[in-house]
Ligand binder design. Sequence first.
Ligand SMILES: Cc1ncc(COP(=O)(O)OP(=O)(O)O)c(N)n1
Ligand SMILES: Cc1nc(C(=O)O)sc1CCOP(=O)(O)O
Length: 508
Amino acid sequence: MTELDCSLYLVTGRALLPPDKDYFESLEQSLQGGVTVVQIREKDVDTAEFYDIALRSKQLCDKYKVPLIVNDRVDIALAVQASGVHVGQTDMPVPIAQIEQAIQDGADYVGIGAVWATTTKNLSKPIVGVRGVGEMLQKLDGTSIKSVAIGGIKSSNLLRTLHGSVSSTNHALDGIAVVSEIMASPHPREAAAGLYELISAFRHSNSISNALSVRSRYSAEFVIDGVVDLMNIVRERSPLIHQITNNVVIAQSANATIALGASPIMATTAQEMEDLSKISGSLLINIGTLVTSAYEGMMLAGTFANAHRTPIVFDPVGVGASEFRRSSVKNLLNTWQASVIKGNAAELAALVGSNEVESKGVDSLGSGFKDPVSFVRDLARKERCVVVLTGKTDYVSDGASVAVLSNGHGLLGNITGSGCMAGSCIASFCAAAVAQEGADPKEPKLVPGDVFLAAIGGILALTISAEMAAMRDDVKGPGTFLPALIDELSLLSAQCIRDRSRLQIVSR
Ligand SMILES: Cc1ncc(COP(=O)(O)OP(=O)(O)O)c(N)n1
Ligand SMILES: Cc1nc(C(=O)O)sc1CCOP(=O)(O)O
């Protein structure tokens, strides 16, 4: 078979056509929209009808120079001179084993799914999620076999699918396969063109961001200027910050958000998530006192946030403390893409399954990572988001640059929820970053704005305010420190940030 361009792979499904829409008209329009491969998938027709459909489809595909693949039926593929046949391995329950078998069998490509839930097909296996896709992609390292993800892919989750479906060896998808997003559309040309545009834009932005990482555009001065600009935007626009957080810190996190100049909404119920996603500037998810009902809200809120390209700040509080937390965090990160993951050394170690750092409940013990700079940078690359490691020194990385921040005060460690308030501050700065850049629907980044600057801004705002609070005469200890900290957040000035920031940028 000649080299396949798997970018936008249409699998047909005539049952999904809108009423009165002709199948061949729909197919031709989707080819005009930019579909790069077509697979004829007919489960309920006899051989003669399958042959007729495949033959006419082949003529249309030839007209647009697009390869045609036939699902399951080698005889029909040969009869219509199709470019190939798609075969499944129904006797292989484990997806990884399927990939290994496909390699052995000399397949040209593999379809990996279902990445998301779908109603188009009755699935015999659980969905694999983007992380599952990433694991399977790693098996293809060193082969020339192409890969497409399939199952529940829509324009709303396409960027998340492409961003998240990457192996730790950086093996990415060659394309995506869809049925309903094109077949069920009354306007298949536009549906296909919209998907194709997102795919090309994603590839373009990925190559730009790789180039930027190498040249590393951040300097300490650039960062401080950017942070000050973002703080001004928080105060001018007072973005709504949706926070699903733990019940120990709800009030102080909301107060810290208000003090900074943003507007908190602390809603947890799943039924509200769609409406809130339309008006929120960012979403904070903190699992500190995780209960099943809040978990459902987190799942939904994150999904809507990704669809609206709203930044998600994820705080996996105490993730290593119980199996419930570990599996919940795994599922959450498999379902939506965070823009920032923030945690202390024990939490981030638990997230990657490392035992380098000791913990007690939600707290880190000991001296932390031997090489925190490499740790945050590698985790940011793996999770494809900004990572914040909090502690006496804070580290923030976007996978290329690492900001090492040495502000703060020991009293932050003597009150509960200082890390949670850092999450609220970061979420407020993230909302400002989105507002600053504006959401261009054609821009392929998962969220608009500079999330790296926003994460640094949130940390500096809290830690410098803590220094200011600790210096006050009315602060006698942890009890008086907390309200003073809220006061200082509201009083924090651009000059104070410029004068007090202790920041170093390390690039690879
Ligand atoms: C591109 C692509 N990927 C996966 C599938 C599913 O194939 P299979 O497991 O053989 O299941 P059926 O399609 O026969 O239901 C696909 N068809 N196309
Ligand atoms: C044909 C097919 N195979 C799948 C798999 O997981 O192997 S999911 C699927 C249907 C995909 O349809 P939609 O894009 O409408 O969700």
